[in-house]
Design a protein around this ligand. Structure first.
Ligand code: UD1
Ligand code: CA
Length: 459
């Protein structure tokens, strides 16, 4: 098989985004645009993937890490100049090279694979991936001769009125004979409306040397969307969201209202789980089977077991087991680990807390830096006092403990198995196994005093 290489163009400033964030790093459904592109390319059998980076290169490299090699384009002089930066790495190699823009996040590996196949069938030196758009504004147009053979690409800004009426566009993805590409690149000039070295000019240069140039027109025009501004970014997110939601529904997940369900691309959800409207699932969230995730949930890197019901709650970087009930309005902050059959009710917040099997935190509770055993009942209003303004300390609660309502557990503190804490206690000392701990002032009743107070204030 011919060796295959890929070049991803990601050095452009992205001025039309009007952003401090580097254009290709703007996320679409939770993943930077350029990473979508590189991940799709990686599904093909590539000998090398080279990403051309510009200013802000460190950020792009940090995101892509070992998914790609990197070459820096110091000055952004155009797409042809960008590709030329890969010369040292690629120019002497035999094979085919696909070039893809880092700002076309919807492009799919199957399409690029089909492009490469078509390119070799046509024995072409260059093949452009094209599509037909109702509104081709801004894209390079494909100009064909009377026989329908591709002649060249004209950029929107350089096109005559007649050329602008052409609806077939350059998607910015190409397949080249690698050696022919680098030879032609050296002949590209910047004599055009933008004063840039245009990669599409390579097409005319190859044509002029009587090489075969082909165009592969794809049906699914949505894949071609190039994101140059925030309007296109929103459109790309909408299209990607549709794609993700449709895949999940086909895999057996019920989305009650896909139009208001926001699921990042790497999220996994098991069969027969129901996701209600207005739910956001981010990052590497994984949800098991037969769960119910109700309206208003927002999870980021949450790992949820099977048959768990979560209502209107937020979860970050945490794990939740099977048959758990959470919410409404609970907040699981990072490193919470909720074991099977736990109940976490409304207005409960956990942080770095392990909650053992069958334990209940039914309402208005804060547990931070805590380890809670099995079969524990934590009463309403109880909190772990984990922070003294300087240090965080740990609260450990054993199995079968009963924590009465409105208890303050001043950490560090250890409540052993089977202990019972009286409601309203403020505990500063460890509680031994099986003990009753009462940590509150004694009540004093002053007979007849109520009347005296009323008289005093009515004077
Ligand atoms: C480009 C194509 C256009 C095509 C469109 C598809 C050119 C001249 N035009 O236009 O025919 O229809 O894509 O979306 O190629 N980049 C660099 N270095 C540079 C300039 C750009 O790496 O010096 C990168 C950008 O980061 C971007 C990609 O190349 O990822 C395309 O550049 P952009 O300026 O967005 O080109 P378009 O005007 O969209
Ligand atoms: Ca673009």
């Amino acid at each position: 098989m011919t060796n295959q290489y890929a070049i991803v163009l990601a050095a452009g400033q992205g001025t039309r985004m009007k952003s401090k964030l580097y254009k290709v790093l703007h996320p679409v459904c939770g993943k930077p645009m350029v990473e979508h592109v590189v991940d799709q390319i990686a599904q093909l059998d590539m000998k090398k993937i080279v990403t051309i980076v510009g200013h802000g290169a460190e950020d792009v490299q940090e995101h892509l890490q070992d998914k790609s090699e990197f070459v820096k384009q110091e000055e952004q002089l155009g797409t042809a100049h960008a590709v030329l930066q890969a010369k040292e790495l690629l120019a002497d190699l035999d094979g085919v090279t696909i070039v893809v823009c880092g700002d076309t996040p919807l492009i799919e590996s199957a399409t690029m694979g089909a492009l490469i196949k078509y390119h070799s069938e046509k024995r072409a030196k260059a093949t452009i991936l094209t599509t037909q758009l109702d509104d081709p504004t801004g894209y390079g147009r494909i100009l064909r001769d009377d026989l329908g053979i591709v002649e060249r690409i004209v950029e929107h800004k350089d096109a005559t009125e007649k050329e602008q009426r052409v609806q077939e566009i350059n998607t910015g993805t190409y397949c080249f004979n690698n050696r022919a590409l680098f030879e032609a690149l050296s002949k590209v000039s910047n004599d055009n409306a933008q004063g840039e070295y245009y990669l599409p000019d390579v097409i005319k240069i190859l044509k002029d040397s009587d090489e075969v140039v082909a165009a592969y027109r794809m049906e699914n025009f949505e894949e071609s969307l190039g994101v140059n501004d925030r309007v296109a970014l929103a459109e790309a997110s909408r299209l990607m969201r549709n794609r993700i939601n449709e895949r999940l529904m086909r895999e057996g997940v019920t989305l009650v209202d896909p139009n208001s369900t926001y699921i990042d691309v790497d999220v996994e959800i098991g069969q027969d789980t129901v996701i209600e409207a207005n739910v956001t699932l981010r990052g590497n969230t994984k949800i098991g089977e037969d769960c119910l995730i109700s309206s208003g949930c927002d999870f980021d890197n949450a790992v949820i077991g099977n048959r768990t019901i979560i209502r209107s709650s937020a979860i970050e970087d945490s794990k939740v087991g099977d048959d758990v009930q959470i919410g409404p309005f609970a907040h699981l902050r990072p490193e919470s680990e909720i074991h099977n059959h736990v109940k976490i009710g409304n207005y409960v917040e956990t942080k770095k807390a392990i909650v053992g099997e069958n334990t209940k935190l039914p309402h208005f509770i804060y547990m931070g830096d805590a380890e809670i055993g099995k079969n524990v009942n934590v009463g309403c209003g109880s909190i772990s006092v984990n922070y003294d303004g300087f240090n965080k300390s740990k609260t450990v609660i054993g199995d079968n403990v009963f924590v009465g309502c409105n208890s303050n557990l001043i950490a560090p503190i250890n409540v052993a198995d089977n202990a019972y804490i009286a409601a309203g206690s403020t505990l500063t000392d460890d509680v031994p196994e099986g003990a009753l701990a009462v940590g509150r002032a004694r009540q004093v009743n002053k007979e007849g005093y109520a009347k005296k107070i009323v008289e005093k204030f009515n004077k």
